[in-house]
Design a protein around this ligand. Structure first.
Ligand SMILES: Cc1cc2nc3c(=O)[nH]c(=O)nc-3n(C[C@H](O)[C@H](O)[C@H](O)COP(=O)(O)OP(=O)(O)OC[C@H]3O[C@@H](n4cnc5c(N)ncnc54)[C@H](O)[C@@H]3O)c2cc1C
Length: 270
């Protein structure tokens, strides 16, 4: 069955919000890694805010540690603070909130603890942020015959939204490079899809995903009800995943515009 990915641009918009709640989804990973759900709350409704696409993301400008009390802005009020891009998990524009699931990647042996992970884990409730609305949305309509979905922890929030759009019985493969139990991150894989959990190697993030994609040859292209099957590919993780994912698209004869392949972050060791 045909499906389409349509790109919708949104107007730029900055919003002042605050950390209203945090829920620890999972903890106890290496270097005390975990996942935290944060609720960002505005003083009023989020006029014009929407998120129709599974991979929709916004930018969060983070206040300065260790107080996390204010977000640096210039004279025009535009944030100059550092920012991170995060997937929209849920929102209620009328009630003025957005939920994000933030990986607290943990820091072992003097590694950089990061910016938004420590803020999500430890900033006091009420801590301010500035949020920049999604620049746009990629919306899937119709239904693919089969899927290949691959990602690391940073992509789990988007993968969860894509999986919720799929019907039971759709064939395909889900590759997750994660040390966490996917159920604790509310990942539910519809019946029919094969789930493979790949162990991350901290020194070579996304290498396990890349190897799994490299191992898929032309004959592994999922088949659906129609011939040729329409396969939707999502592959996002550390940026070294992009080249093997694009090579797979070429092997399977899939146009890059009909897939979502993206580097979500860049490892300093890459
Ligand atoms: C479109 C898009 C959507 C995204 N959605 C999400 C999301 O929903 N949730 C989410 O957590 N992230 C998401 N990311 C990644 C996000 O932008 C940040 O990279 C992430 O939150 C880490 O930020 P940080 O400030 O904690 O660490 P940073 O300051 O960016 O990095 C510090 C160090 O942490 C380590 N590190 C960073 N990220 C990872 C990782 N994924 N795995 C292992 N080690 C890591 C590296 O050693 C790095 O040097 C998304 C990125 C994009 C482009």
């Amino acid at each position: 069955m045909p499906f389409a990915l349509t790109r919708h641009p949104f107007p730029p918009r900055l919003r002042r919000m605050r950390l209203a709640a945090r829920t620890e989804l999972v903890s106890g990973g290496a270097g005390d890694a975990g996942f935290v759900r944060v609720r960002l709350q505005s003083d009023g409704p989020l006029d014009g805010f929407t998120s129709p696409g599974a991979g929709d993301h916004l930018r969060v400008f983070v206040p300065e540690a260790p107080e996390w009390a204010s977000v640096a802005v210039d004279e025009a009020g535009h944030p100059t603070a550092p920012s991170r891009t995060e997937t929209i998990v849920a929102f209620d524009a009328q009630a003025g909130w957005v939920d994000l699931d933030i990986l607290v990647h943990g820091a072992v042996a003097g590694e950089n603890p990061g910016l938004i992970g420590p803020w999500a884990a430890r900033a006091p409730l009420g801590s301010p942020v500035v949020v920049s609305d999604p620049k746009g949305s990629v919306v899937m309509t119709g239904r693919p015959d089969a899927v290949l979905i691959a990602g690391d922890d940073s992509a789990i929030p988007a993968i969860r939204r894509y999986l919720r759009m799929l019907d039971a019985g759709m064939p395909g493969l889900v590759l997750l490079e994660t040390a966490f139990d996917p159920a604790s991150l509310e990942v539910e894989v519809p019946a029919g899809l094969e789930l493979r959990i790949l162990a991350p190697d901290r020194a070579r993030p996304s290498a396990a995903l890349a190897a799994a994609l490299d191992a898929l040859d032309a004959g592994d292209r999922p088949v659906g009800g129609a011939a040729p099957a329409e396969v939707f590919v999502f592959a996002c993780g550390e940026q070294s995943l992009v080249a093997p994912a694009r090579a797979l698209l070429a092997r399977w004869g899939i146009d890059v515009d009909r897939a979502v392949v993206k580097g979500y972050w860049k490892s300093p060791s890459a």
